[in-house]
Design a protein. Structure first.
Length: 250
């Protein structure tokens, strides 16, 4: 039974980018780029992929990684990880999104540290500062507001928060860079007991509205630790993001 494991939830279909995990970038599926990046950046953590379709299982195993088949009716990646961890049996789990090909070892170890820092917080995540107003306004880039002294997440939203009331919400790059405008990264850490509880928690109204599973945790009274990272990231949510990643690869 590993103390800490990485489990990557993988869903075949995607609303904004159908079958994006199998989309080939530089001749290789996106999922391979993610898998190899994790294995290279954080080899100390055992790695599994929780998949919902045989095509994804075949993709993962063809590259030499471990796949766990999970049910197709899960409402969130966290639900899928909870099922997979019944097989893995880890005490703490790090969740890397399957469309985050630039995750770093520093980010993964930061999550592990948040779960082990003695504050008894059952869940952890990461944020990075916005630098561009265009990104801050993009609903596909999730925002988080934090209580910085306690390193706790207060709320997550697709809307640009905090809202610049004195400017009627009209902000530029300089304003975004000078204020606490943070992008939420699709990386989480959980204690195993919260994973099991999460699958049984009622879906909150805010979660249903925003379509952000982490809000279920806050709505049910749990705290989420949050640390800031400066490491760059490219989440592949759309075909345009895949092009950006390909350009980053050179």
């Amino acid at each position: 039974m590993p103390e800490i494991a990485i489990i990557v939830p993988c869903r075949l279909e995607s609303t904004r980018f159908p079958r994006k995990l199998l989309h080939k970038i530089k001749g290789r599926p996106l999922l391979w780029w993610v898998a190899e990046r994790i294995a290279r950046e954080a080899p100390e953590f055992p790695l599994w992929f929780a998949v919902d379709h045989a095509l994804l299982a075949d993709c993962v195993t063809a590259a030499g990684f471990r796949a766990i088949m999970t049910g197709g009716a899960h409402q969130s990646g966290t639900d899928r990880i909870a099922e997979a961890n019944r097989t893995v049996g880890a005490e703490r789990v790090i969740n890397v999104q399957a469309d985050e090909p630039l995750v770093t070892g520093g980010q993964l170890r930061a999550l592990a540290d948040l779960l082990e820092d003695g504050d008894d917080v059952p869940m952890a995540t990461l944020a990075t500062p916005f630098t561009r107003a265009e990104d801050f306004a993009n609903p596909n880039q999730v925002k988080v507001v934090m209580a910085p002294s306690a390193r706790r997440a207060l709320f997550f939203s697709r809307s640009p928060i905090p809202y610049a009331r004195d400017r009627q919400g009209v902000v530029d790059d300089a304003w975004v860079a000078a204020n606490p405008c943070f992008k939420h990264l699709g990386l989480y850490g959980y204690r195993a007991d919260l994973l099991e509880q999460f699958a049984e928690l009622p879906m909150g109204r805010l979660e249903q509205i925003e379509k952000l599973e982490q809000l279920r945790v806050l709505e049910n009274g749990y705290e989420i630790a949050c640390a800031v990272t400066a490491d760059p990231t490219i989440g592949v949510d759309t075909p345009e993001d895949a092009v950006k990643f390909a350009q980053w690869l050179g």
